[in-house]
Design a protein around this ligand. Structure first.
Ligand code: FMN
Length: 270
């Protein structure tokens, strides 16, 4: 016999060093009208010290940026500590207008393996982490259109969950991607951040670093073994004191800025 379960809470997990993933995750959550919504931002190291409890009365939304066509490996490791119990889940990946490759499939499979039912998914476009005035890339995304689409997607999720009798009526969503996922999750270990005289070592970049790679007292000191190339330090600096030095990363930023044809959000719902 089917057991009916009422969803009460929406738990939104997001990793978002430069803020675009969080914007979309919040817009999707806005379109969903269950009793409570909790945003669990795991961008800072302290936030990843514990894992939230998930029940079958929760709807889980997990939103992660695409790094080299995959999920960032340490975020995937953290996701593997989630204990779902037939928890309906929505998988969201955010990418910088190049491609999301196998990241959405990887997220769907990860949540399924953790006891969730990933019945919906989407790929949205955000301003590229490497974007700068010199080499702009998907600047201003997500924009109003993206945010509207995200809220409408939230409405569809709410309607779907309100129309089912039991979680057994949900099935795994089909998303693009190939298994084995291929590519690499190994990020370059490069010293690429240049610091100019505007830097007063205010510590804002260190505070915003998702891996604690920057010395609070001397922001020029960056541990490249910990750095994940997210560019949050560059984008969050109020004094424009940080930028990319010439080298591998700047060359990558140039390549990314060549993907100028606007890509639209892609939505998948069973
Ligand atoms: C190391 C790294 C690798 C990335 N790889 C890709 C990629 O493969 N495809 C793509 O379109 N965007 C890629 N991006 C861009 C981000 O996915 C995109 O800018 C996203 O919106 C960043 O999310 P956030 O603002 O929440 O940090 C990459 C960014 C970083 C830092």
């Amino acid at each position: 016999m089917k057991t009916s379960v009422t969803i009460e809470n929406v738990k939104v997990i997001c990793f978002s060093p430069t803020g675009t993933t969080k914007k979309i995750a919040k817009a999707i959550a806005k379109g969903i009208k269950f009793k409570r919504t909790e945003i669990i931002d795991i961008s800072k190291p302290e936030a990843r010290k514990s894992t939230p409890r998930i029940s079958n009365k929760d709807l889980l939304i997990v939103a992660i940026p695409v790094y080299m066509g995959r999920l960032p490996s340490f975020v995937k490791e953290w996701l593997q500590t989630i204990e779902g119990c037939n928890t309906p889940a929505v998988c969201i990946v955010m990418y910088g207008n190049r491609a999301f490759d196998n990241a959405l499939l990887e997220l769907r499979d990860t949540l399924k393996n953790r006891g969730c039912i990933p019945f919906a998914g989407a790929a949205f476009v955000g301003e590229h982490s490497f974007s700068s005035d010199e080499y702009p890339s998907s600047v201003g995304r997500p924009d109003h259109e993206d945010i509207n689409k995200a809220e409408l997607f939230g409405n569809s999720i709410f309607k779907k969950l309100s129309s089912i009798i039991s979680h057994d009526d949900l099935s795994d969503v089909k998303v693009p991607g190939i298994f084995p996922y291929g590519g690499t999750t190994e990020l370059w270990k490069v010293d690429f951040i240049g610091v100019n005289d505007n830097c007063h070592h205010c510590g804002i970049c260190a505070e915003n670093c998702p891996t604690g790679a920057i010395n609070f007292k001397n922001s020029s000191q960056i541990d490249i073994q910990k750095c994940i190339l997210c560019c949050a330090c560059i984008k969050n600096c109020p004094h424009k004191a940080k930028s990319m030095k010439p080298g591998l990363m700047k060359e990558a930023a140039v390549r990314c800025s060549n993907f100028i044809t606007r890509k639209e959000p892609e939505i998948f719902l069973t």
